[in-house]
Design a protein around this ligand. Structure first.
Ligand SMILES: Cc1cc2nc3c(=O)[nH]c(=O)nc-3n(C[C@H](O)[C@H](O)[C@H](O)COP(=O)(O)O)c2cc1C
Length: 414
């Protein structure tokens, strides 16, 4: 009896030692003993048991463990993965610590207004649901639940090409003008059909994702999938025709021989899209000043600074660090949004102070969705809004228009 017990104690001590090691105090995937660990939670503060209702959550990280508990390993792997060593995923979080906040005092902050005006629409908050494919892999209500939550709370939602509910149904569930994100595929006929359908359904803004021209190396996803004992091939068939089986935006489109990602996605496609649609065109995945300048030259209406949540190339560079050079290049001529790694109200505050108009979240609302459906997404939004508004008050900022670079210190080069 004593031997295995002793071994358990030793194992627990070892795990505790490993957990407290700075090397492992990093989010991302790690093999720990016989278990694949992937967590964004870095704090050493005791977290308590896994939450069983949205109201128990103290911050958005609390939803990650609850999501992991509910999801099959392969689906959690898809949600959590970065690429290669997940270094860019970690960089996105670490980047925020390179900017510090300069609060101002003695301002009347009894009332603060975090509302956002963007392309003629007003939203209650600058926090946007970023496009994420396949949400029924996380909860049976998928995008419909996310849309209901975003609509109820007054947030903009961007719907992925890879949605598992149709644009028309998601728009109805949201109740407001949602945006459509486009993977144009490698076939113009398909891109045109997707664009026309979104436009006909009343979409005001088209978001072209430009950071995945060549597939990606999602090792963490593959490792999680290997621990899944279910028969995945009963849902997932190979190739694009397999992928689109549960993707209503491709209904009635012949995708024989079509590729989802195109290595020939160039500025030419941007030009063609501008000629094809009256919707505003926003490019998602811009990370440099040079490309921001080209966006302006090609008549692009807005930019989303994004590295796909560390799921595209392993650049090792956080989006918050990319933001200042893009803001400097654009000089207020078109709105800049940003996503990747936003988990705290202070993150939102720093990005808006640096010149972003709005920020997108991906994994946090998907954790909320996976764990509790619509109420989970609503609680994620409540927590982030509450943290952001608290930071506005602490810093003496009463509206987004009053937020500027004087509220942050850039520590990147000091
Ligand atoms: C599960 C998942 C699916 C995603 N699907 C898409 C997609 O279909 N189109 C797209 O442009 N971005 C997609 N993204 C990227 C998000 O739009 C966003 O850039 C990213 O999640 C932001 O980083 P965060 O997860 O750290 O908040 C996806 C992200 C995740 C986590």
């Amino acid at each position: 009896m004593s031997k295995p017990y002793g071994r358990t104690i030793y194992r627990r001590q070892l795990l505790r030692f490993l957990f407290s090691s700075p090397l492992l105090a990093l989010p991302g995937a790690t093999w720990l003993g016989d278990r694949l660990e992937a967590s964004e939670t870095t704090s050493e503060i005791p977290r308590g048991p896994i939450i069983t209702s949205p109201s128990e959550a103290v911050n958005v990280f609390d939803f990650e463990a609850a999501a992991r508990e509910k999801l099959p390993p392969a689906h959690f792997g898809y949600l959590t993965t970065g690429v290669d060593d997940d270094a860019t995923l970690r960089a996105n979080r670490a980047g925020f610590s390179k900017f510090q906040i300069r609060p101002r005092r003695l301002v009347d902050v009894a009332s603060v207004d975090p509302s956002l005006d963007l392309f003629g629409a007003t939203w209650k908050s600058p926090i946007v649901l970023a496009p994420a494919a396949s949400q029924k892999a996380f909860h049976p209500d998928g995008e419909i639940a996310a849309a209901r939550a975003a609509g109820a709370k007054g947030h903009l939602m961007i719907l992925s090409t890879g949605t598992t509910a149709s644009f028309e149904d998601v728009r109805a569930a949201h109740g407001g003008p949602i945006w459509f994100q486009l993977y144009p595929t490698d076939t113009w006929r398909i891109a045109q059909a997707l664009v026309k359908r979104a436009e006909a359904a009343g979409c005001p803004v088209l978001v072209l994702t430009v950071d995945l021209p060549a597939g990606r190396n999602t090792e963490t996803e593959r490792r999680f999938a290997r621990t899944d004992t279910r028969q995945c091939s009963s849902c997932h068939a190979p190739g694009l025709s397999g992928y689109v089986r549960r993707k209503p935006m491709f209904d009635r489109l012949d995708v024989t021989g079509v590729g989802l990602f195109s290595p020939q996605l160039t500025w030419d496609v941007v030009r063609r899209l501008k000629d094809t649609t009256r919707m505003k065109l926003v490019l998602k995945g811009i990370e440099t000043q040079e490309d921001a300048e080209l966006c302006l030259r090609h008549g692009v209406d807005g930019i989303i600074v994004s590295n796909h949540g560390g799921r595209a190339e392993e650049s090792g560079r956080s989006t918050i660090e990319c933001l200042p050079e893009i803001v400097d290049a654009v000089r207020g001529r078109i709105p800049i949004l940003i996503d990747s790694g936003f988990r705290r109200g202070t993150d939102v505050f720093k990005a808006l102070a640096l010149g972003a108009r709005a920020i997108g979240i991906g994994r946090p609302y998907l954790w909320g969705l996976a764990a509790f459906g619509q109420p989970g997404v609503e609680r994620i939004l409540e927590i982030l809004n509450r943290e952001f508004e608290l930071m506005m008050r602490h810093a003496g900022v009463t509206s987004l228009a009053k937020l500027d670079r004087s509220f942050v210190v850039d520590r990147r080069r000091t």
